[in-house]
Structure formats: structure tokens, C-alpha cells
Design a protein around this ligand. Structure first.
Ligand code: SF4
Length: 443
């Protein structure tokens, strides 16, 4: 990272809204009227060499709903209902694997997300993945990623997760203080983290990632330093740190609304960024490399994020399950978000699509550009080769503006964010959106 001096930041309280940008154009532009575009995308194979294919499976169950959670999750389903849901997802995969766009292709990466994938029992996991592999073999996959909640991981479960082929296990620790975990509605406690971590290391997963959140309810300076120290003790292969945001459908927002408060009772953005900056500095001093605005990796040669890098580069993603997100031949779409509706669509032999957007080549170029910015470096040559666009010229005005704020430099035809720029990258990305897609920034 280059060493550019930035002006002293103003203080910005955390207000309600989404900060993190995970896709483009924004979800609010996806529409139920576009579902036919999804059918059309799947009706024929790619012309020429297809991009990589990823498979995502969504498990919408959790032990408890965290106060900061904005996903549709179910905390009250019994074993029969879970079995029924898993059967539905297999039915969906069966239907999709036969579509001309997918038939004959093998996933480059597989991802189990949620919700809480580790909520499933060992036998449910084995049965589900055996059936999935029979429909869409993943023996060519370079990465099988799996999200786990520490309190759900007994030794048999950890073994089952390893046996189904998981290469990267991501442990949602979020914080090492039991009181903070409780106040934020997390189901697990710290002693479960250490117990689970020992088992995970004993099983020998290729990669173990831990997730932390900077700025949970009642986070303090002292506690944050403790989080950094505990993380260094564990020595995971990678650490992902999110800055706490408060989207509208979270428990925290509901409390804010009830009390008439516009400001969330958590640290301001400058404090959260400083905390991540301090964590990154401590990890770097310990030999880690910062590989994105959120991630530190111990050994960049060995520790890859194929899901992230392929998806950001334009891979197809077949998302299975309620509310899952997909990307097929330039069409973004999301599945129905309620289990009952999802179930009914499959019963009727229909794809369970809720909303979709067929992107233009320009939108795909912008999408890849903004997502690559999150890695801290964008090479102009890549965009010239792939899209025939000179991004230095196309985005000259916003780049000059961000450069004047001391957050990036242009080095040998590469756009390079410095550390301060990287830590507020999501807030910079709006400047590259097409005018019709600009919505309110929250910082
Ligand atoms: S574990 Fe994750 S998905 Fe489940 S309620 Fe908490 S934040 Fe939401």
C-alpha cells in the first residue's frame, strides 16, 4: 500500500442502512417482472468457453436470531421440517442441473452459507451432500467452503464436515467476550469457540477462517484489543473483519425505532475503521498479509478465496435454497425468501425465482470494477483486455476526487487504495455507479 497522507476524518455516527456492497446493480433494482430472463439464461449453454461455475447451498436455520442479523432465518423448525427443506433443495438442484446452461459442467467452487450450515446434524450433512454430488459432481472443485457457528460444533459434527470434503471452514466468532456475545444475541459463548477450534485444527482442514465484527453493541477499546490478542493466539489461516452496520430489518434497528433514535448505540464509523486498522496492523506485524478491505491471510500463496475471486470476476453461481442469490449468464436473481413459497414453486415444477435483473455489458464492467476495488488494487490492463474499457479514463473524475482525499494513488496503470481508502472502500464505490443506481450513502 502506498503511504498517502489523509485529512483528519470527521465523525460519522452509525445510522440505519446498508454499508457493505456485495453486488451491482443494487438489489433494489432487481424486479419480480424479470423472472423470465432467468428461464431464458438457463435455456441454452454459453457460446464459447463458459466462465467458472460455482454452487451455493443456503441453510436458513439458526439456534437464535442475532440482534444485528438482516437475513431471513428460522429458529423454530423441527427435524422433520428441516428434512423437508433439504429434500426441496435437492429437488431444486435436480431441476437446475438438467438445464442446458448447467448440464455437463462441474463446479469450480462450492459454498455452504446461511443461516447456519453447521446447524445440520452429521447424518443430514452426509445425506444432503451425497445427493448433491450425485446430481452435480464436485470432484473438480478447488474449494468447498462452509460457515459454522462455534456452539453447534461437537467432535462428530466437525468430523462430518471434514468428511464431506470441506476445504475452508469459516468460524463465526464475532467477539471473544461472553457479555458482548449475549448482548448482541449470539447463541455461542467463548468456551465453545476454543473447544471447537481445537477439534477443527485436529481434523486438519486446509483453511480455517475466523470472522470478527468491529463495533458490536457495547464494544470497548479494551475489549477490542483483547479480540486482537485472542485472534493472534489462535493463528487462523485467515481473519475476516466486518464493520458493524445496522440494516433496517435488524433487531437493533427495531429498538432504535421504538425509542425514536436515529443513531445506533454502537461505535461511530471512524472508531470502527480505526479498530480494523489496529487489528490489521497487529496481524501484519505477526506475518499476515492484508488481502482485501476485510481480510488478512497468513500465507497468501496457500490461502485463496476462490468463491470470492471467481464470483467477482463474473463466474456463474447456481444458488440453491430459500432466498439464495445466483448469477447466470449475466442475469442476477434471488430465490423466493419464504420457505412455504419456495416449497410451493418447486411442487409446481417452477423455478423458485423472486426477483431478477438482466445486466448490460457496461453494468457487468462496473460490477467487476467495484468488487475488485475491495481488494485494494485494480489493474487497468485487465479491463482493457476483458471489456475494451480504459477505466482510468472512464472513471477519471471519481478517481481524481478520491485521490484528492488522500485515499488512493495511480501506480503504473493500477489503481491502488491506501489503508485508509481500503477501510472505507464500500463508501467510495457509489461514485462509480451509473447515475440511475445512486442511492443514499449511509456514512
Ligand atoms: S448466526 Fe448469522 S445468520 Fe444466524 S441469526 Fe446470527 S447473523 Fe443471522
Amino acid at each position: 500500500m502506498s503511504d498517502t497522507t489523509s485529512t483528519p476524518p470527521k465523525k460519522h455516527a452509525t445510522r440505519a442502512g446498508n454499508y457493505f456492497i456485495s453486488n451491482y446493480p443494487p438489489f433494489s433494482f432487481w424486479s419480480e417482472d424479470n423472472a423470465a430472463a432467468v428461464e431464458e439464461a438457463y435455456s441454452a449453454p454459453h457460446e464459447g468457453t463458459p466462465p467458472p461455475l460455482g454452487l451455493y447451498h443456503h441453510i436458513p436455520f439458526c439456534r437464535k436470531r442475532c440482534h444485528f442479523c438482516y437475513f431471513r432465518v428460522y429458529t423454530d423448525k423441527n427435524a422433520d421440517e428441516i428434512k423437508h427443506y433439504l429434500d426441496c433443495t435437492v429437488r431444486e438442484l435436480e431441476m437446475m442441473a438438467r438445464k442446458p446452461l448447467i448440464a455437463g459442467r462441474k463446479p469450480q467452487f462450492v459454498y455452504f452459507g446461511g443461516g447456519t450450515p453447521s446447524y445440520l446434524s452429521p447424518s443430514q450433512l452426509t445425506d444432503l451432500t451425497d445427493r448433491m454430488k450425485a446430481l452435480l459432481p464436485w470432484n473438480a472443485a478447488e474449494e468447498i467452503a462452509f460457515e459454522a457457528e462455534p456452539g453447534t460444533l461437537n467432535p462428530n459434527k466437525v468430523k462430518a464436515i471434514k468428511d464431506i470434503g470441506v476445504t475452508r471452514l469459516s468460524l463465526g466468532i464475532e467477539n471473544f467476550d461472553d457479555r458482548i456475545l449475549e448482548i448482541n444475541g449470539r447463541a455461542h459463548r467463548t468456551k465453545e469457540v476454543f473447544r471447537a477450534y481445537e477439534r477443527i485444527r485436529a481434523e486438519g482442514f486446509d483453511q480455517v477462517n475466523i470472522d470478527l465484527i468491529a463495533g458490536m453493541l457495547e464494544e470497548t477499546e479494551e475489549n477490542w484489543q483483547e479480540n486482537i490478542a485472542r485472534t493472534l493466539e489462535l493463528q487462523p489461516d485467515s481473519v475476516t473483519i466486518y464493520q458493524m452496520e445496522v440494516p433496517y430489518n435488524t433487531g437493533i434497528y427495531k429498538d432504535m425505532k421504538a425509542s425514536g433514535s436515529l443513531v445506533a448505540p454502537i461505535a461511530d464509523w471512524e472508531t470502527k475503521r480505526r479498530w480494523v486498522k489496529e487489528a490489521f496492523a497487529a496481524l501484519e506485524a505477526d506475518g499476515y498479509t492484508i488481502s482485501s478491505g476485510y481480510t488478512a491471510v497468513k500465507d497468501p500463496k496457500r490461502t485463496k478465496f476462490i468463491y470470492r475471486d471467481s464470483l467477482w470476476g463474473g463466474a456463474d453461481l447456481l444458488g440453491i435454497g430459500v432466498a439464495s442469490f445466483s448469477h447466470a449468464k449475466g442475469v442476477h436473481y434471488q430465490n423466493l425468501t419464504e420457505i412455504d413459497d419456495y416449497d410451493k414453486a418447486l411442487d409446481a415444477g417452477r423455478m423458485p425465482t423472486k426477483r431478477a435483473l438482466k445486466t448490460t455489458p457496461e453494468e457487468r464492467m462496473i460490477r467487476e470494477f467495484i468488487l475488485r476495488m475491495k481488494l485494494g488494487r485494480v489493474d487497468a490492463a485487465h479491463f482493457r483486455d476483458k471489456y475494451d474499457v480504459d477505466v482510468l479514463e472512464r472513471f477519471a473524475a471519481p478517481l481524481a476526487q478520491i485521490q484528492s482525499e488522500g485515499l488512493l494513488n495511480i501506480e503504473d496503470s493500477a489503481i491502488v487504495l491506501n489503508r485508509d481508502g481500503l477501510l472505507c472502500v464500500d463508501n467510495l464505490l457509489h461514485d462509480f455507479f451509473l447515475p440511475q443506481h445512486v442511492t443514499d450513502k449511509i456514512v
